[in-house]
Design a protein around this ligand. Structure first.
Ligand SMILES: Cc1cc2nc3c(=O)[nH]c(=O)nc-3n(C[C@H](O)[C@H](O)[C@H](O)COP(=O)(O)O)c2cc1C
Length: 270
């Protein structure tokens, strides 16, 4: 009898938690250009992730040219001819969803205008469109892309709003940003992204000179906005993951700790 009562109490309690927290916490595999493809996905998803991010991909002539220069100087990149990009990503998604139908797929996209991102958003089974306002390689900054999008907030707002307006109704929009960029106010950026209607801010909370993420910044954004925060940077164990959630992130993402296709801690404990 007491077991039955305990079960009822657990069900009710979980329901109350769900009502108060709205959406469940999510665990995301963050994008790593040249690495996070379907082959990599099949290795790392079983560690207990909810979302896999493909890419970043270059989606227009200028970003492809920048990507080719970056590859030439020895950094990893996905180099996919523009005319094949749509079917390439579609195929990558199908490979992952065939094995893991429950996983949500995000695709990290670099672009100099919203159009090429909107075109990719029409792919079947693509759950999350992630606008890259994060990469800091000189070749991307020179064309006003990646992290440089944070320098012109009117343009960022127009860009994100346009994508939000044009994606399919069952898709979500994420904006991946880097924190603590010189002359950029992190909080104003977060508010602008929220105002433009994005569903997630995926924030690389790096802080120069500090080995862990900028948890104070995550706290500030979570106190001052209602946007769903995916907290990223230096999550390498259960403790750093918990700290990110305690600071106010609604989700966590991991890149480098997965780079060998393995995770050496139990993510279910976060
Ligand atoms: C090899 C490599 C490639 C990356 N490529 C991208 C990219 O294309 N787009 C992007 O938004 N972030 C990219 N990142 C950044 C990661 O997604 C993440 O923000 C960063 O590594 C910090 O998280 P971590 O401490 O878990 O690694 C890349 C990181 C690495 C190490």
């Amino acid at each position: 009898m007491w077991k039955f009562l305990l079960k009822i109490a657990i069900i009710r309690y979980s329901f109350v938690i769900f009502i108060f927290t709205g959406e469940n916490m999510i665990k995301v595999i963050a994008p790593m250009a040249g690495i996070t493809d379907s082959n990599f996905a099949l290795k790392v998803i079983p560690y207990g992730f909810d979302v896999f991010t493909l890419g970043g991909y270059n989606t227009d002539y200028k970003t492809v040219t920048a990507g080719e220069k970056i590859l030439k100087r020895g950094r990893s990149e996905f180099i996919i001819p523009l005319e094949e990009l749509y079917s390439y990503i579609e195929n990558e998604i199908n490979i992952i969803k065939n094995r893991h139908p429950e996983i949500k797929i995000s695709v990290n996209l670099r672009a100099t205008s919203p159009d090429s991102i909107i075109a990719i958003s029409k792919i079947n089974n693509l759950d999350i469109i992630e606008i890259n306002a994060h990469c800091r390689q000189k070749e991307f900054l020179d064309i006003g892309c990646g992290q440089n999008m944070l320098n012109d907030l009117n343009n960022l707002n127009d860009f994100v709003s346009e994508v939000v307006k044009k994606v399919k109704s069952n898709q979500k929009v994420s904006v991946k940003v880097r924190a603590n960029v010189k002359n950029v106010d992190n909080l104003i950026v977060a508010k602008e992204i929220e105002n433009s209607g994005a569903d997630y801010i995926h924030i690389d909370a790096m802080k120069p000179g500090v080995p862990n993420a900028d948890f104070n910044l995550i706290k500030e954004i979570s106190n001052e906005t209602d946007i769903f925060i995916i907290g990223n940077n230096s999550i390498i164990d259960i403790e750093s993951g918990k700290r990110m959630i305690d600071a106010g992130a609604s989700g966590i993402s991991i890149a480098r700790a997965l780079i060998d296709g393995k995770l050496n801690f139990d993510i279910s404990k976060i």
